[in-house]
Design a binder for this molecule. Sequence first.
Ligand SMILES: Cc1cc2nc3c(=O)[nH]c(=O)nc-3n(C[C@H](O)[C@H](O)[C@H](O)COP(=O)(O)O)c2cc1C
Length: 221
Amino acid sequence: MKHKLVPISNIRNFDNKTMELRSKQFYEDIKQRRTVRDFAEKSVSKSIINNCILSAGTAPSGANMQPWHFAISGRSDIRKTIRENAEKEEKEFYERKASREWLKALEPLGTNYSKPFLETAPYLICIFVKNYGLLTDGSRVKHYYATESVGIATGILITALHNAGLATLTHTPSPMKFLNKIFKRPDNERPFLLLVTGFADKGAKIPDIEKFPLEKISTTI
Ligand SMILES: Cc1cc2nc3c(=O)[nH]c(=O)nc-3n(C[C@H](O)[C@H](O)[C@H](O)COP(=O)(O)O)c2cc1C
């Protein structure tokens, strides 16, 4: 395919003061994002979820392959099935599979195999990585940096949901293959993670944890 270049429609040109302010304001807002594990049984308009998915779909990706699929369900029967499957895997994880070291790392979060939020939150979004693409004749299209690309898209999705006023929980029942069957996704797709989204319950509590300071997370040379 021949490439076609078009002019950038919107070159940003903020002055320095505006940029200082915007970068600070964004930080002040995004630092309020926290993983929530107690959700209210309050509905969310599907159009809000769709706008956030569209935002995620703007993510950069290796060779613009856009190797993601966002499978969404707000159906109570599907959420119930996902909860049953996830709790089965998680029980196995907490009671048998997890190393002592892993369980110790999870201790401050107070998590266990019980996942009621999978039924109380109004929407579950399962993000799938397309390991390779499939053409209509069944031949495969190679995807480059698929995992990195989907990680970036998921970050944008979490940020977009937070920006819209929604809470999220990044959930990774292990293994997650059962999600292909529930969401009817093909074999070239692998569940990346399950994003639980909705409103935090009134009495929701979160672990008292801190984020590393700038000096610890960055160096400048
Ligand atoms: C890849 C990934 C997997 C995670 N899996 C789970 C999970 O299965 N269950 C859970 O309760 N939290 C899970 N979390 C949430 C983390 O525990 C949480 O992000 C971390 O403790 C920091 O808290 P914060 O998100 O409130 O800043 C996961 C987060 C990430 C990024």
